[in-house]
Design a protein around this ligand. Sequence first.
Ligand SMILES: [Zn+2]
Ligand SMILES: [Zn+2]
Length: 147
Amino acid sequence: MNSIATFKTEKLRHLEEGCRRNGLAMTVQRRVVLDALAERTDHPSADQLYDAVRGRLRGISRTTVYRVLETLVGIGVVQKISNPESKARYDADTVRHHHIHCIHCQKIHDIHNPAFDQIQLPTETEAGFTMIDYSINFSGICPDCRS
Ligand SMILES: [Zn+2]
Ligand SMILES: [Zn+2]
C-alpha cells in the first residue's frame, strides 16, 4: 500500500495526463478536489468533499465541486461508486478493487482480496454485452454499528 503522499503525487500525474489527453485546463479547482479525495479512504459523497474543500479554496461552490467530480470521473481519474440506497460516492483509487458498505451508517470500505479478482468472466453476456471489467459490492454491518 502506498503512502498518502505518494498516492497524491501519482494522482496529480494522472490528472495532468487526463487533462492533456482531453484538452482540458489543469485548474486549481480540479487539483484541490482531487487532492481532498486522494487523502481519504472513506469514499465521500460530493457534499462531504465540498465541506472538505470549501476551507481550502475560497469561493468554491457546491456546484463547482459536483462539476469537477463529473469531469474527473469522465477522464478516468476518479471512480464513482453508485449504490442504490444512498448518494453517489467517490474514490480516487481507480485500480480494480471491491467495496463493502454498512447497511446502518452507509460507510464504505475497500476490499482487496485476490480471490475476488480471479473470477472467470464470460467474454460476452446473454444480452450481447462485451465484458470489460467488474467490481463487486458487498453489504454488511461495520464494527462500529455492531457494537
Ligand atoms: Zn456502520
Ligand atoms: Zn474504494
